[in-house]
Design a protein around this ligand. Sequence first.
Ligand SMILES: Nc1ncnc2c1ncn2[C@@H]1O[C@H](COP(=O)(O)OP(=O)(O)O)[C@@H](O)[C@H]1O
Ligand SMILES: [Mg+2]
Length: 308
Amino acid sequence: MRSNNPPPPLHLFGRDEYVRKITDSIASKVPLGLGARLVIGGPGGIGKTSVALKIFYLPELDALIPPRARFFVPCQAVTTASTFLSAISSSLGVEIAADNPLESMLRRLRAERGPMMLVLDNAESFWMNGEVQPRARAILRHVCNINSVTLLITIRGTEQPDVATWDPLPLLGPLGIEDARNAFLAIANTVQPSASLDLLLKKVDCVPLAVNLLGRRCQISGEDPIILSERWEKEHTRLLRLGDRNPEDNIDVSIKLSLDSERMNIAALRLLSIVSYLPAGIPDEAWNSLTFPDSDLSAQNSSSDACP
Ligand SMILES: Nc1ncnc2c1ncn2[C@@H]1O[C@H](COP(=O)(O)OP(=O)(O)O)[C@@H](O)[C@H]1O
Ligand SMILES: [Mg+2]
């Protein structure tokens, strides 16, 4: 493992069961000489990268996949097939051969005698890009053809790239109230647990990024949960802006990344605009009447109308 990998998560509340599902998959495959194939999907800020990093550094896996055979590939800057290949090659420490970069990368993977782990973080950057996707599909199918490789990807949304038979793993969801409270108090450590704190956390649906930003805001400014709740009612996501560029400092940046995705068509945007007014999402029974049939989606996609 290289020191320029992102560090392990500082806090990871409420993800023990999810982490166990992943380690169980790995433990059921690797001793048979097979690699696990895992997708951590879910919205921005829900904690996908944090779980992936937890797995990447997990000492309990050392006996199955040694730390020196684990590779973490941050993909958020990937915009082309060649930058995708370079990102993987650079994590593997492979010199990028001008003649056949794919072959040199695959040769490096095949040369590893024992099990190895490849983590691709932010897979949406290559998968949701219509120009890059076909090439990324070919690259990943080659990678998945190598049994010794355990592949773990994180991706915004619900799509599982059609490059492997993925092991079952649910989408990552929000934290329970207790874990959200513990996550908040780990940051704002002079605050006492209270009903108003729980109310505040429920207002942001216990989404880890929002909980984290509220905790930091409270720690920095000393505003208590009641004041923060009132401000949330008035300012919404503007309250959760601690910096301008980094998605980890700004929930608007994180949401904008999702809105900018090529998959965000007009119908999906309209649906999202409705859902965003409902703090706890929408009830299951209302879902069918709000979603659009596929035929509507393709009609909406090809229409040049502006957003509603
Ligand atoms: N389970 C958790 N407990 C505490 N903090 C968390 C948890 N999951 C994520 N976070 C924090 O929330 C923020 C967003 O998490 P991240 O893993 O980057 O989300 P994603 O990759 O889904 O966009 C980060 O600041 C992270 O430290
Ligand atoms: Mg992430």
